[in-house]
Design a protein around this ligand. Structure first.
Ligand code: HSE
Length: 431
């Protein structure tokens, strides 16, 4: 069984280390011998520890096509170049294991079709929450159930930042600087803090949970850059914490149409909810299923060794199938549900306002609310604020569930209202 490794960075080097250290056990589990045939890198002249220099090549295109390669492991990252390599490998009859969430979230249709057409496997357990076995859980363990909702903390960087803000009262910039100093955030943290990384994972989770193709471009996405220390403090006062959640759920419209919603946004989570206790850079995925009830999966969602653990689990599966003739569960999309209009998604808003502190303001805002058909769950007022020299009160409105576009219209009304000095923040609440 010949293995080709594409990429030798943080993940690739750990894949090789664990593969070498555990080779005897892996051969038992694969039920046959295996051998690393090559390691593709972008610059072969760089010194690399832990790998036989003879195995290093810059020619990944030729490596994936070699006759003695049966399973290709892609841990390069990016989209276009790995897409070309993965398709080339699948079309040449090799099974592929990838940790690349952006690739799978953007091109799963094409990759799954190539795997099917060539009767080979495409595995990507490491693409969602690294070591946490959520892909296998959805594909295999819950294949007999109906999933209602999946809510995940699937990005460690943003969870670290929000947790630091919650624990220390730091503002976003200070918490990001700390995450960068400790190596949690990358030099360019955009993909993490803007929610794009979590959105790729949401697309994969929703596709598997609802047997419907959900692409990265189908996911509504809002990151954490707008979350302030004041928001965190208001969340605490309400008995909540703020988490960046990837939420995938089935929505039933007023006419009975069932659709799939996948979205990523900062969310107020009650302190007693299991997801609220997920601290630091840990990930967790909370699944609500008809038969199984509520399940939570928790652990390391990033890092070299945790990601390599998931990759090697897939390598064992792919190699074993090649020896014994089995196949991985296919990427089924038979339900083919429509993607929900983001405006139709039911949600609840926590709105933090500054208003003129005078008689009749509250009554007038309540009328604005009623005119949009929005029902308020709680209203909290604090005195002693000032906006542009005006004496102001802080009002925190929490709504009952309404459709996203009605709530957004209500917020637009508030912004235009003469007595509203500022809409400081709008954060959605977990169901
Ligand atoms: N950058 C991601 C995170 C890990 O912070 O969780 C890779 O998806």
């Amino acid at each position: 069984m010949g293995i080709a490794l594409l990429g030798y960075g943080t993940v690739g080097s750990e894949v090789l280390r664990l593969m070498t250290e555990n080779s005897e056990a892996l051969e038992h589990r694969i039920e046959g011998p295996f051998e690393l045939k090559g390691v593709a890198v972008s610059d072969a002249s760089k010194p690399r520890e832990g790998v036989d220099p003879e195995l290093i090549t810059e020619d990944a295109r030729s490596l994936v096509l070699r006759d003695d390669v049966d399973v290709v492991v892609e841990v390069i990252g990016g989209i276009d170049y790995p897409r070309e390599l993965v398709l080339s490998a699948l079309n040449a009859g090799k099974s592929v294991v990838t940790a690349n969430k952006a690739l799978v979230a953007a091109h799963a249709d094409e990759l799954a079709a190539a795997a099917d057409a060539n009767n080979v496997d495409l595995f990507y357990e490491a693409a969602v929450a690294a070591a946490i076995p959520v892909v296998n859980m959805l594909r295999r363990s819950l294949a007999g159930d109906q999933i209602r909702r999946i809510s995940g903390i699937v990005n460690g960087t943003t969870n670290f930042i929000l947790d630091a803000m919650d624990a220390t009262g730091a503002d976003y910039e200070a918490a990001l600087a700390e995450a960068t100093r400790l190596g949690y955030a990358e030099a360019d943290p955009t993909a993490d803090v803007e929610g794009h990384d979590a959105a790729s994972k949401a697309a994969i989770l929703a596709s598997m949970g609802f047997y419907t193709r959900v692409r990265f471009s189908d996911v509504s996405c809002e990151g954490i850059t707008g979350v302030t220390a004041e928001d965190i403090e208001a969340a605490k006062a309400a008995g909540d914490t703020i988490k960046l959640l990837a939420i995938c759920e089935k929505i039933t419209g007023e006419d009975g149409t069932v659709s799939v919603s996948a979205r990523v946004h900062p969310t107020l989570v009650p302190r007693e909810h299991p997801l609220a206790s997920v601290s630091g850079s840990y990930n967790a995925v909370f699944v609500e299923a008809e038969g199984a009830g509520d399940l939570m999966f928790y652990g390391n969602g990033a890092g070299g060794a945790p990601t390599a653990s998931a990759v090697l689990g897939d390598v064992v599966g792919a190699a074993r199938n090649k020896y014994l003739g089995g196949h991985a569960p296919k990427d089924l999309t038979y339900a083919d549900l429509p993607i929900a209009d983001p405006g139709d998604v039911p949600t609840r808003y926590h709105i933090d306002l500054r208003v003129h502190d005078r008689v009749g303001v509250l009554a007038d805002l309540a009328r604005t609310c009623a005119s949009r058909g929005i029902s308020l769950r709680t209203v909290r007022q604090e005195e002693g604020y000032e906006v542009d020299g005006h004496e102001a009160a802080r009002l925190i409105l929490v709504t009952h569930t309404a459709r996203e576009h009605d709530l957004a219209d209500f917020v637009a009304d508030l912004k235009a209202h003469d007595d509203v000095l500022a809409v400081k923040s709008v954060i959605r609440l977990a169901e």
